[in-house]
Design a protein around this ligand. Structure first.
Ligand code: LIP
Length: 277
């Protein structure tokens, strides 16, 4: 059967490379930094420029495809997933890292058809690591196959997480309380790269055993979800339904189980796996 989406995926990889050049160039220049929901929720002109580049290019090459992008939604566009082929984009995942020159910044392009993710491209552009995965065809970093960790003991694991952008003391207390519980299991350590997508790719690469975050969005995780699933990991949405369209409560964990049959809906989009501690 003809491979319908390979052309789109090749285009996504080329776009991610181009976007990565823009991000790297921008690091050499003075940045225009703006705030979104709070003083620690940042956006830059580069986020907007990269998203526009991707939208324009997709519209030209695939005029019938839809688009969901972090900055477009922030500017008032609907965050609506239909059955149409849809590109789900975070132009700069790890904007705070980018602003500070902290070297984990990813261009994320996920692609869904009939609400099922078909491929994911995550370009960690300062590290120059191109993570790619197509549904059913495995996950790769710079062409090398990825496989999640086979560690089965939580107390011999590294867990990744993030602190989010709320500085509400109650929210911060919950974050620390969760981290305390996990640290005291005990685990070998807790890490966070500052990019949700990079954390998930590290799960796919087997460097950390699991990643969890509460309050995450579809553009942060769509691309990396395919990479985790294709590397043999499982994705657990802690809150049903419509997991792709909500600010997610997402955990992507690497306990090996059967590869998800489908990435379609809340029950099948994620494969079942043991709950997080
Ligand atoms: C951010 C992530 C960060 C996560 C935030 C947010 P942005 O994305 O990379 O790791 O904690 O929830 O989603 O805003 O830099 O694209």
């Amino acid at each position: 059967m003809a491979d319908l989406w390979q052309e789109a995926m090749d285009h996504a990889v080329a776009l991610a490379k181009k976007a990565g050049e823009i991000v790297r160039d921008a690091l050499q220049n003075e940045m225009k930094i703006m705030c979104k929901s709070s003083s620690v929720d940042l956006v830059t002109k580069t986020d907007q420029k990269v998203e526009q580049l991707i939208i324009d290019s997709v519209k030209e090459k695939f005029p019938n495809h839809g688009f969901i992008g972090e900055e477009s939604v922030a500017a008032g566009q609907p965050c609506l997933l239909t059955d149409d082929p849809t590109w789900i984009v975070d132009p700069v995942d790890g904007t705070t890292n980018f602003v500070h020159g902290y070297p984990f910044v990813a261009v994320c392009i996920g692609f869904a058809v009939n609400k099922m993710l078909e491929f994911g491209v995550v370009y960690s552009c300062i590290e120059d690591k191109m993570y790619t995965a197509r549904r059913g065809k495995g996950a790769f970093c710079n062409g090398d196959p990825l496989q999640v960790s086979d560690q089965k003991e939580i107390n011999q694991s590294i867990i990744a997480t993030e602190f989010g952008s709320s500085r509400d003391p109650e929210v911060v207390d919950k974050i620390f309380s969760n981290m305390r519980k996990i640290l005291c299991l005990p685990v070998h350590g807790i890490r966070g790269s500052g990019s949700a997508a990079v954390n998930m790719c590290l799960v796919a690469a087997g460097c950390v055993e699991a990643y969890y975050e509460v309050g995450i969005h579809c553009w942060d995780v769509a691309a990396a979800a395919v990479i985790v699933a294709e590397a043999g990991g499982v994705l657990v949405d802690l809150e049903e339904p419509e997991p792709m369209m909500m600010p997610w409560r997402l955990a992507s964990a690497s306990w090996r189980g059967s590869r998800p049959q489908s990435l379609r809906s809340s029950s099948s989009w994620v494969s079942s796996g043991p709950p997080l501690p």
